[in-house]
Design a binder for this molecule. Sequence first.
Ligand SMILES: Cc1cc2nc3c(=O)[nH]c(=O)nc-3n(C[C@H](O)[C@H](O)[C@H](O)COP(=O)(O)OP(=O)(O)OC[C@H]3O[C@@H](n4cnc5c(N)ncnc54)[C@H](O)[C@@H]3O)c2cc1C
Length: 450
Amino acid sequence: MAPYLGDFRGRRSGDALAVLLPASTAEAAAAVASVTSRGLPVFPQGGNTGLCYGAVPRGGVVIGLKRMRGVRQADIHSGLLTVDAGMTLAEVHVEAEKLGLQFPLYLGSEGTAQIGGLISTNAGGTGVLRYGAMRDLIAGVELVLADGRVLSDLGGLRKNNTGYSMSQLVAGAEGTLGVVTAAVLRLAPRMQSRAHAWLGFEHVEPALEVATRIRASFGTLAEAIELIDRNEASYVSRHFPDIRMPLSALPDWSLMIELASPRSDDILLPPLEELLAGAMEEGLIADAVIAQNEAQAREIWHFRHSVTEANKLTGVGVVLDTSVRPSEIAGFIADADRVAAERFPQAERAIVAHLADGNVHYILMFPHEIWAAYPDKEARELDVETAIHDVAIAHGGSFSAEHGIGRKLTEEMTRLIDPVRLDLMRGIKDAFDPKGLMNPGVLLAQTDRA
Ligand SMILES: Cc1cc2nc3c(=O)[nH]c(=O)nc-3n(C[C@H](O)[C@H](O)[C@H](O)COP(=O)(O)OP(=O)(O)OC[C@H]3O[C@@H](n4cnc5c(N)ncnc54)[C@H](O)[C@@H]3O)c2cc1C
């Protein structure tokens, strides 16, 4: 059972009485009912790639979905693909491509993360700017409730104003409302022409200004606008020297841009070049490379998607998943830097941000040996989190943009979320799961349910 008991980075481990791997909704429903009827908790698990320990069990029974990975319906006229929740994101990409379409969710764990897990964490990634997060990409889910009943909302209707949306409640519920066994996914046209650029900046503000101009000029053709700082880029260069960095030297701030159109005759490069030349003349951009072919474009995104692996090899990174309005990003980073320098001088700051979404992964990277010497690592992590979360909240932001709450941030939920909202969330949890047996201790602290 070992792979099911701990998180993939080896930071938290749990225990379970058994792991059940149903192969159908009926089996999943029978499995859940047989566990909960004995008063035992159920811990739903997908690919176990989540970053907040939400899939780590504490006693009870793990229900894993990896045997449920079929396509139920491919509906090209509606642009919908209905799949079992155990399908990985990479498998869904292949199925969408077979229809000549794409499923526009892109993140580094695509080979392992499953649709049920991606829905349950409302995952984001690099496509949120254009297509939204996972909750925007579903047209319905099928959910096994704690008592074994099955809620089927797989109609896939674009318009359906018949009260509360159950599927939208399930998105981001982190397994606390039931086990997602299937979903209707919204597909998007496949892109036929693309332009990619890597831009270097000395400061964050001009990067934000150029990102704003790109969005104003290209509208929905802007597919991704990603920001990383020099430290983060240096981790990737150090650990993956084969991945080429196209600029002459590592800039202080890098912006990676992708524009894409579903039309093959859409010419994206000349207006992009014009926009960038203007910004360079004004002194906003320090250095720039536009990908000249697909191989160069792939290199840019290979570099970007290697940050998580590079971080693991660099040290122990406490990764904050904050979001603020894009207009607040520079102020947030400056204030967080001041707090970090004062309170955590042992750590180096690195930044990976989905800039246009305002989602800043502010990372404090501790050298392995310094981290190893901390007697209470969980307390240290919490110190960092609370310090930087306070800065995000002061800038009107959120302490969890896309990774969710899991077991990691339940105390922060209690500390930082509006009590009225927290009360309503407890009520929703009670309506779905009155005995509190679905993923207890995740999302809402157990004491919150008193
Ligand atoms: C290299 C890497 C890069 C990543 N990049 C991003 C990124 O850019 N953006 C982003 O948002 N996230 C990112 N993530 C984290 C992302 O949240 C997870 O990859 C994914 O969303 C979780 O899917 P999973 O199947 O692994 O779920 P798990 O980790 O197994 O579970 C996550 C949560 O969902 C619940 N759950 C899982 N399956 C089900 C189900 N069928 N029914 C009910 N509940 C369920 C679990 O109980 C748990 O609470 C990254 C992770 C890695 C390892």
